[in-house]
Design a protein. Structure first.
Length: 387
């Protein structure tokens, strides 16, 4: 025990974190078994020991930001649980049609009232865009407007929303841009909520996997869903979008991204929050788009996710008394660890939020006898040099 304590304290010292220190980000220890558990299981043991009440921290988000910024999580990449996860990811497809529905049951079906208490009025479960003194609701409206403008939505266009959640983006697009919208979700709870939320609008919410897309659309949007696709399915995901888009169609894909091309997600997140999920790297996603789409523009919304998560945590804490009997204390600690550790990860810039605007790959143009068409000055210079 003493040896384990010395090793863990030395690691934490590299992130300027102390055991039983006086600063908000210092760990307040309740059970000395914490040290051996962290050494044995890395980030999984770190999160589970918090869930079990073995330690506390006043500023858990800042603790995680410092630990991740010092790359302490990378000291445990070869732990047994991580190696098992890596082997499983390589040998099997974690995001088949059957397996992909597990995250709906485990996470998104916790209860619409639960997410309603935590999120904004448009029920956006992705990062907002904050400006000045915006509150969460205003920042999420800004995000919705940004996405719709980026897609160049106009009245009469048909929009497909892959992973539509509770229908907030679909509703915003229909009400403010006059679009006809089909929304897809694999969560029954989300489908039921979205149908009520979007009632009276030209919106249809379908309980359907992205691989079962039907119809033709002018625009496609997918926000916060690519994390559930998996590296073995990126091509199928983009092919499903490409075949559903008409000529000159646009596909806007936005999701949490990893700056490196890993094959697995953090083991604690995988076990308790988002089973069978994976954060894509930008390079893997754009590689899968070759021959299907042109990459028109990429934006990084990552810095906005830290304040978004902090706002969700504040809402969650205020609403918790309503859910305490349903979920229990271990869930409360699990959920706060999820929200605040993710806020810390975005604060440390180890996670990003990429928005990628894809344009449908145009058909090859017929050969032209006029060189440099559309650039008369260059064509003239080339002709003069030839003479």
């Amino acid at each position: 025990m003493a040896a384990a304590q010395a090793v863990v304290e030395d690691l934490l010292r590299g992130a300027d974190v102390r055991i039983n220190g006086s600063r908000p980000w210092d760990i307040q220890l309740h059970d000395a078994r914490f040290f051996s558990r962290v050494l044995a299981a890395g980030t999984l043991g770190f999160g589970e020991s918090y869930m079990d009440g073995w330690w506390d921290c006043e500023a858990l988000d800042e603790l995680c930001a410092r630990a991740i910024g010092a790359r302490l999580d990378q000291r445990f990449v070869y732990s047994f649980s991580n190696l098992v996860g890596l082997a499983s990811a390589l040998l099997s497809n974690h995001q088949t049609r059957r397996r992909s529905r597990r995250v709906g049951r485990v996470h998104y079906d916790l209860g619409n009232d639960f997410f309603e208490a935590m999120l904004d009025p448009f029920m956006q479960y992705s990062c907002a865009i904050f400006a000045g003194g915006d509150d969460l609701a205003a920042a999420q409206r800004c995000k919705l407007e940004t996405l719709c403008q980026w897609l160049d939505l106009r009245p009469g266009l048909r929009l497909l929303d892959i992973g539509c959640g509770w229908g907030g983006l679909a509703k915003y697009a229909a009400e403010n841009f006059g679009c006809s919208v089909i929304g897809l979700t694999i969560s029954r709870e989300q489908q039921q909520y979205a149908e009520r939320f979007c009632a009276g609008l030209d919106i249809e919410i379908q309980l359907r996997d992205y691989r079962e897309v039907r119809g033709r659309f002018d625009r496609i949007v997918s926000v916060g869903m690519v994390e559930h696709v998996g590296f073995k399915n990126y091509r199928a995901y983009l092919e499903a979008a490409a075949k559903s888009l008409g000529a000159e169609g646009r596909f806007l894909c936005q999701g949490i991204g990893n700056p490196v091309s890993n094959l697995q997600i953090d083991p604690w997140i995988r076990r308790y929050i988002f089973p069978n999920s994976l954060l894509p790297s930008l390079s893997r996603l754009t590689k899968a788009a070759e021959g299907l789409f042109l990459v028109e523009e990429v934006r990084n919304f990552g810095p906005h996710y830290d304040p978004t998560l902090m706002a969700w945590d504040a809402n969650f804490q205020r609403a918790w008394p309503r859910f305490a009997d349903r979920f229990g204390e271990r869930f409360r600690r699990m959920w706060r660890f999820y929200l605040l550790s993710c806020a810390g990860a975005f604060r440390a810039r180890s996670l990003q939020v990429y928005g990628v605007l894809f344009e449908k790959m145009p058909k090859p143009a017929p050969p032209s006898a006029a060189p440099f068409a559309g650039n008369e000055e260059v064509a003239s210079l080339a002709s003069a040099r030839g003479n």
